[in-house]
Design a protein around this ligand. Sequence first.
Ligand SMILES: [Zn+2]
Length: 310
Amino acid sequence: MRNQHTLATAVTCSGVGLHSGQPATITLRPAPPDTGVVFINRKDDANVSLQASIEHCVPTELCTAIHGNGFQVKTIEHVLSALAGLEVDNVYIDITGSEIPVMDGSAAPFVRSIRSVGLISQDRKQPFLKIMAPIEVSEGSKRVRIEPSATPRITYSIHYDHPLINTQTYVHDCSSKAFETQIAEARTFGFLHEVQALWARGLGKGGTLDNTVVLSKDGIVNQSGLRFLNEFVRHKVLDLIGDFSLLGTSFIGHIIAERSGHALHTRLVQQILEQPEKWVLLNTEPLAEERQPSLLHLARLQPSVALQAS
Ligand SMILES: [Zn+2]
C-alpha cells in the first residue's frame, strides 16, 4: 500500500496521431490528490475537461477512445499504460487535437518523458481495488478474466498462425520497474494485408514502419527487427494495462487474457463495476464530493467506504 503520486513538473510529448496523421502534442501536468487522469481540451482555449474513466470509454477494434462533454480523445491506451505502469495516479493532460501522439508505437517515449521530470509522493493514500471472486468476460475464443491474487499480476496469451508468433504467453508481475524494463518498449503490430486495407480506407494515416511492427507472410517488414522475440504479446500486456486503468484506481488481482483486445478489456472493467460484491476497496480515506468521479463511484458501490460529508 502506498500514497498517491503525481509529476514533479509538466512535460510535453509531440508526434503525429496514428489515425489522423496530423501533428499531435500533449502536455502532462501535476494534479492534486484524487484527481485521476483528466484530459483538457486546449484547442481554441476551450478548456473542456474529460476524466479518463470507463463511463466515457468508446472502445474500437483499433484503439481506445473516450468521449464526453463534446470532446473526444483517441488512442489513449499507450499513454494511460505509461501512467499506470509508473504509478502516476494524478495528472492533467492538455491536448490541442483529438488524438494522442503515437510516438514509436510503444509506451517508452512517455516513460522517458515522465522519468525526465520525476514523480512526487502526495499526502493521500492510493486506494486499491482487491478482487475477492473471479469475474470473466468472453466472446467466442477470446476471453479475459480477473481472479483473486495476493499481488497484481497479468498473464496474457495470443495465438496467430504466423511463424514469428504462433502461441506467445507472458506473465507480468506488476511493478513500475518490470513495466519500464519489460513492457514499455513493446510496439504496436499489424499484419501487412490489414495495414494496407486500413491505409486504403484512409485510416491509420500516421502509421509507418517507425511506429508499427508490420508482419509479412513469414517475417516482419521492418528492417530494424524486433525489440523482444515476444514483443507481440508484451504489447498486448501494455494495451491491457492502459485499458484497465479506466477502472480509476489500482487493483490487486490476477488478470488472465486470451486472444483479447481493447473491447473485451474494457468490458471486464465494466463488469467489475457491475459486481461490487466481488471486490473490496483497500487503503481508502474519506472521499469528498469534488474528488475524482470514478473513484467516488467505486466508493459508493462499497458501503464500508466512508464518504466525507460535504
Ligand atoms: Zn497498443
